[in-house]
Design a protein around this ligand. Sequence first.
Ligand code: BES
Ligand code: MN
Ligand code: MN
Length: 462
Amino acid sequence: MQGPKAYIEQNKDRFLNELMDLLKIPSISADSAFSHDVLHMAKTVEEALIAAGCTHTEICETEGYPIVYGERTIDPSLPTVLVYGHYDVQPPDPLNLWTSPPFEPVVKKTNLHPNGAIYARGASDDKGQMYMHIKALEYMVQNDKLPCNVKFMIEGEEEVGSNSLVTFVKENQKRLANDIILISDTGMIAKDVPSITTGLRGLSYVEVEVTGPNRDLHSGLYGGAVANPINILAKMIASLHDENNHITIPGFYEKVQELSREEREAMAKAPFDLKAYQDEIGIESVYGEKGYTTNERNSIRPTLDVNGIWGGYTGEGAKTVIPSKAYAKISMRLVPNQDWHEITELFSSHFKSIAPKGVTVKVTPHHGGQGYVTPIDFVGYRAAEKAYQKTFGTTPIPQRGGGSIPIVALFEQELQSKTILMGFGLDSDAIHSPNEHFGVENYLKGIETIPYFYEYFTEMSR
Ligand code: BES
Ligand code: MN
Ligand code: MN
């Protein structure tokens, strides 16, 4: 019997190679051209679960991509940890900005990661972080250290809204019964500053279409006399924020939970280097809602952002045209208490109401989800805290996250259990961007920390 550190030391090359093999599979859920690869990925995850020690596994078919389920029950009277993760990844575009191909993983040394980082789409979000849990299980099984029951639920549609998972969770409440849900799909403050994500933002994602004339028009013949949908769309979008960068949709902030002064003061104590933050993404100044700090703006405040905008002529050279249509994809990040269906409705009626005569507006909701906050005064949090203390030698900082994992709020609603977000990624991992990577040390540290969570959670649950 040995501790996780020694086991990892002996097996780290294999752990790395196995992850690299998973990263070679382009499991892009958004693009149906890759559906075969997504399915292949599901099968591969199932095999990995079996190899690590799951005694029962299943590929659960859904209307979309399958959910990979696995479990190892040692004693029904002991607690059960349910691990959630996703095996799908974001599209790698724009491809030309990658320094090595997105599905040909390589380890490169960087200033931040002198011992190397794995470059590939999905390295951090979420294959690398999901696989840490499978390797942690392997360690526990091989060394007789699994102290409780474990279930795995790894889905293939997280990056496109987890539609099939909603039904799956509702229909499988018994099978998924657990005492705590454990997820590594977030980040930490810095490599040597561990943190536990205590909140996720909700999301409402919509697409808008503005239509003017029934065909593209000559911009000289008609220019000046007809509403140009792109001009109008730009103006409408610009009006969604006021001069203080508050969102102007009536009722948008109504349910937003304001933090107390104490809570904001506690947040402000987390280490944050504004200069480093700006330098890392190449900006000279931050920008955002008046009256809030950068860390507040990107976690406890709601937002509205255009993710893409198109229409008219965008090919080579010039073409003089007033387009018939203009489009945009818009996301709103929400905070706990804001209801995403309600916000989608508020957006939709407001956006239609501000359209001038001469154009028509269509709003199509894509997907969404509710925000989530975890308490820090229950055994799940305390067990995670102690696990980080053990492997990092310092107490992790609780931190509200800005991203969304919409299914987490549903887990609480349908399974009546809390989620602990033990993320080992970094903001600089470039998730969803070109050159996504995951520090080798982050990966191994995750594998080392997870078994302690199991140990302490089981101990503290007694
Ligand atoms: N893992 C991310 C979410 C995340 C990353 C949360 C870092 C906190 C810190 C997840 O895969 C993701 O990208 N979620 C989407 C939402 C989904 C509905 C497409 C997001 O946040 O945009
Ligand atoms: Mn993710
Ligand atoms: Mn993601």
